[in-house]
Design a protein around this ligand. Structure first.
Ligand SMILES: Nc1nc2c(c(=O)[nH]1)N[C@H]1C(S)=C(S)[C@@H](COP(=O)(O)OP(=O)(O)OC[C@H]3O[C@@H](n4cnc5c(N)ncnc54)[C@H](O)[C@@H]3O)O[C@H]1N2
Ligand code: MOO
Ligand SMILES: [Mg+2]
Length: 399
C-alpha cells in the first residue's frame, strides 16, 4: 500500500483547518490567546509630557541665556495636577512619572544639581528637552498598538491594561477530546496488574496543548468495535476535534479506522512514510476533524507535535509552522526510505544551535523523551546526514 509522504500529509492537514470564530474574554485570561480585534490606543502614549528623572524642571531658554542658579517655586510629584512655572528664571522640583510643569521643557536630575536654601545650582551641562518622555512620542491616540492575529504575551496584556480593555476579543478555541483505546490501559491512580500499564500518552498530548490554553476532555474506550463506534458517534456531536490514540495499526483489536469510517468520518490518509508514527490516520466529517494517532507513546507525541500544533496554529490565524533549525552534532545514517524524526538533545555552540541524537529503544521508549527537547526532521530522500548539516527542528516546548 502506498504511504502518504510527510509533505502531502502536512498539506492535507493544513487544507482542513477551520475558523472557530471569536469571543470576548477578560484581559487577565487572554494570555496565549490570539487577538481577534486590535488593541487601540485610547490616549497618546505617554498621555502627557512625562518626567523621567527625579530633579528640577527649567525653561531651556534661561539656561541658554547663561543662567545657572534657579530658585525653586514648587514641587510636583507623580499624580499631582500639572503645575505652572510662574517665573521663567525659576524652577520646579519634579519627580519621575509627574507631568512636566507648564512653561518648562527640560529636566535636570538631582545628581547634577546642588540645592541650598531653596535654590538649585547646576553642576553639569544641560541638553535641551532632556529627561522628558514627550506626549505621543511612542504612539498616538487611535493607533492600533497590538494588531489582530497577535498571540498575546505579557507585553500585550500590559497594553490591554493601559488602554482600559477589561475585555478583549480573541479567537475561539476548538473543543478537543482525547480518546484512548486499549484493554491494557488503566487510570493513573490505579495499580496495574503485570500485563497492564497506566495510560500516559493522553497526559503527554494534553500537556502539549496547554500552552495554547486548550483544555481537553478524556474518554477511554475498551477494544470493542461496537463500544468504539458508539463513543466516536457521541464525541463527533460533542467536540470539534477528536484526537484518538492507539488502535490504528494491524492488530486484531485495532478497530479505530474501521469505526471512524463506519461513523461517516472520511479518511484523508492512513499510513505515512515516516518513522515513528507510520500508522497515523487523519480524516474529517463536516466540521469534525479527526487525528487518529498511533498508540506507541513516542509516535503519538511526535505526531501531535508535528501535525496537530501546526493545524491548531493555522486554525487560530497564526503562522502554521513553528519549527526552527539546528545543526547535527555528528554524522548520522538512516537507511529506510522514510522521513525520520530524530530525537535530539539541544545545546548551544557559539551562535549555532546544535542537535545531538539521543537514541532510545524505539517508539515505545517514552522515558527517552525526557533526555531530549525536540526532533530533527530528516528527509526521506537522504540516507547519510553529515555533522553540521542543518535540518528543521520541532521543539517539544512549542511556545
Ligand atoms: N503488523 C504490524 N504491527 C504494527 C505495525 C505495522 O505496521 N504492522 N506498526 C507498528 C507501529 S509503527 C506502531 S506506532 C504501532 C501503532 O499501534 P496502534 O496505533 O494500533 O496502537 P496500540 O496497538 O493500541 O498500542 C501500541 C502501543 O502503545 C501503547 N499505548 C497505547 N495507548 C497508550 C496510552 N494511552 N498510554 C500509554 N501507552 C499507550 C500500547 O500499550 C501499546 O504498547 O503498531 C505497531 N505494530
Ligand atoms: O511508527 Mo511506530 O510509530 O514506530 O512505533
Ligand atoms: Mg495496535
Amino acid at each position: 500500500m502506498e504511504l502518504t509522504s510527510v509533505n502531502d500529509a502536512t498539506r492535507i492537514i493544513l487544507e482542513n483547518t477551520l475558523d472557530y470564530g471569536t469571543k470576548a474574554v477578560a484581559f487577565t485570561d487572554a494570555y496565549r490567546r490570539v487577538l481577534a480585534e486590535p488593541l487601540v490606543a485610547d490616549r497618546d502614549f505617554p498621555p502627557f509630557d512625562r518626567v523621567t528623572m527625579d530633579g528640577i524642571a527649567i525653561q531651556w531658554q534661561s539656561y541658554q541665556n547663561g543662567q545657572r542658579t534657579f530658585r525653586i517655586e514648587s514641587t510636583q510629584t507623580a499624580g499631582d495636577v500639572q503645575h505652572t512655572l510662574q517665573d521663567p528664571a525659576a524652577c520646579i522640583e519634579v519627580m519621575t512619572g509627574a507631568s512636566l510643569p507648564i512653561n518648562t521643557d527640560t529636566v535636570i536630575k538631582y545628581e547634577d544639581v546642588t540645592i541650598d536654601n531653596g535654590v538649585a545650582q547646576l553642576t553639569f551641562a544641560v541638553r535641551e528637552k532632556q529627561n522628558v518622555h514627550f506626549r505621543g512620542e511612542d504612539r498616538v491616540a487611535g493607533s492600533a498598538i497590538v494588531p489582530a492575529g497577535t498571540l498575546l504575551g505579557p507585553a500585550e496584556i500590559a497594553i490591554a491594561a493601559s488602554v482600559g480593555a477589561t475585555e478583549v476579543m480573541v479567537k475561539k478555541l476548538p473543543s478537543v477530546v482525547i480518546i484512548t483505546s486499549g484493554d491494557e490501559l488503566v487510570p493513573v491512580e490505579a495499580t496495574p496488574l503485570p500485563h497492564q500499564i497506566r495510560s500516559s500518552n493522553v497526559h503527554c498530548i494534553a500537556t502539549l496543548l496547554k500552552p495554547y490554553q486548550i483544555e481537553v476532555d478524556f474518554i477511554h474506550i475498551p477494544d470493542d468495535l461496537a463500544t468504539t463506534q458508539q463513543a466516536i458517534q457521541q464525541a463527533l456531536q460533542q467536540y470539534d476535534v477528536l484526537i484518538l490514540c492507539g488502535g490504528v495499526s494491524q492488530g486484531k483489536k485495532d478497530f479505530i479506522p474501521k469505526a471512524l469510517q463506519a461513523e461517516g468520518v472520511q479518511k484523508y490518509f492512513h499510513k505515512l512514510s515516516q518513522q515513528p508514527g507510520k500508522p497515523f490516520w487523519f480524516g474529517r466529517k463536516d466540521r469534525n476533524v479527526v487525528f487518529a494517532l498511533p498508540g506507541n507513546p513516542v509516535s503519538s507525541f511526535l505526531c501531535a507535535r508535528r501535525y496537530f500544533i501546526p493545524w491548531l496554529r493555522q486554525s487560530l490565524g497564526l503562522v502554521a509552522f513553528d519549527h526552527t533549525y539546528a545543526a547535527l552534532s555528528t554524522d548520522y545514517v538512516y537507511t529506510s526510505p522514510l522521513t525520520y524524526f530524530l530525537q535530539v538533545q539541544l545545546y548551544q555552540e557559539n551562535a549555532t544551535l546544535m542537535a545531538r541524537p539521543v537514541m532510545g529503544h524505539g517508539s515505545g521508549d517514552f522515558a527517552n523523551l525526557v533526555e531530549n527537547q525536540g526532533f530533527l526532521e530528516l528527509p526521506k530522500e537522504q540516507t547519510e546526514f553529515k555533522k553540521g548539516d542543518i535540518f528543521p527542528l520541532w521543539r517539544y516546548d512549542t511556545l
